[in-house]
Design a protein around this ligand. Structure first.
Ligand code: ASP
Length: 366
């Protein structure tokens, strides 16, 4: 009887302890699972700046050089964080910031215009160690949307915030707010006007005022940014930031902020960031599908990425690409469009840069 009483008392004390651990006060960073991993010297980082119809013949040498310059600056930023023992999450965030601050990419400063002539941005970040994630959609005043996604992950009990609520949270967290005019770029505005003209022609020709998301619009998307990284502690992280698709309507949300569709990280498998026609990436749950093929079918990262991007996505009718890195530092940069802005840097600091498809090897084994 005494033994039974002791057992009940111990069980009671244990369950009390559990419930205090579970109740994380709002505003407190999440508890990281304690890790007994030993720091290894392996790490790596991969970035993309969007996939679409990118052809050498449509590119000037000086524009190509500008893209390469920003891609290099971005990846060097993340690489040096990782080399100094920083986390994959920090590397992903700071790397994406560089691309968000450039007008070249469809994220932050260079975000595309909606049908209502606003710039509505989406972003997400995910930690492969804890499977914690943060995402935001439809924000119009956040200078660096990936930073707000990070705050949602670390300092709110939620995964995804949208619109006005997300901006209210940004103020509370003292995230940098800018006037919406900061996101005006003449290039992007002219793209909107071109797409709207084509859309009107299309609508007139089929006598249907609601024609939208037709092939013209399909060709008008590009420039989303993403980053995946493996740090020296063996932790993976993924992040994606975008203005979405030119001329989007009705508060449309793409795949980038949807965990599992455009962004996913899991230390068991890999970290993935996607770019392309978001509706198909959502329906195909692309980023998680790559991870699932590795986990359940024991495919390599290269096989899983190829299966999803070259087979399953086109079967649905979608186009675009992904970048990914696995827990061993193998990388994949798979796309079914004519180009994807991309770069990698391994632990030795070896840089690869790519834009077009031809003659480029897009995977590497550690
Ligand atoms: N995937 C993004 C979206 O659909 C667009 C892109 O990657 O270019 O919102």
């Amino acid at each position: 009887m005494k033994k039974l009483l002791l057992l009940f008392t111990l069980l009671f004390i244990f369950s009390c302890n559990q419930s205090t651990v579970d109740k994380k006060p709002i505003g407190e960073p999440d508890q990281k699972p304690t890790s007994d991993k030993v720091e290894s010297d392996n790490f790596g980082i991969v970035i993309h700046g969007g996939a679409s119809t990118i052809l050498k013949e449509n590119m000037t040498d000086s524009l190509e050089a500008e893209y390469k310059k920003v891609l290099t600056e971005a990846i060097e930023t993340g690489h040096s964080i990782l080399a100094n023992g920083g986390t994959a999450l920090e590397a992903v965030q700071k790397t994406i910031n560089i691309m968000e601050n450039s007008p070249l990419f469809n994220a932050g400063k260079g975000a595309v215009f909606t049908n209502a002539e606003t710039n509505d941005m989406d972003a997400a970040i995910m930690d492969g160690e804890s499977l914690n994630a943060g995402a935001i959609s439809g924000v119009t005043t956040i200078k660096n949307p990936i930073n707000l996604a990070y705050e949602v992950m670390e300092f709110s009990p939620h995964v995804m915030l949208s619109g006005k609520g997300a901006e209210e949270f940004a103020k509370e967290r003292q995230i940098e707010i800018v006037d919406p005019s900061y996101f005006y770029t003449e290039n992007r505005f002219q793209s909107l006007k071109k797409v709207q003209e084509l859309e009107k022609k299309e609508a007139d020709s089929i006598n249907n005022a609601t024609a939208f998301y037709d092939p013209f619009i399909k060709n008008s998307k590009f420039g989303t940014v993403g980053c995946v990284a493996l740090d020296k502690n063996g932790n993976l992280a993924a992040g994606t930031s975008t203005g979405g698709m030119t001329n989007k309507k009705y508060n449309r949300i793409g795949d980038a902020p949807i965990i599992g569709a455009g962004t996913y990280a899991n230390n068991k498998t890999c970290a993935v960031s996607a770019t392309g026609w978001g509706e198909f990436f959502i329906r195909g749950v692309v980023a998680y599908d790559i991870s699932a093929l590795m986990e359940y079918k024991e495919m390599s990262l290269e096989e899983a990425a190829r299966e999803v991007i070259q087979k399953k996505l086109p079967e649905l009718g979608g186009d675009g690409g992904i970048i990914a890195i696995d827990h061993d530092g193998n990388i994949a940069m798979e796309f079914n469009t004519t180009g994807m802005y991309r770069a990698t840097m391994n632990k030795k600091g070896e840089l690869t840069l790519g834009i077009y498809k031809e003659n480029e090897n897009n995977t590497s084994q550690e």
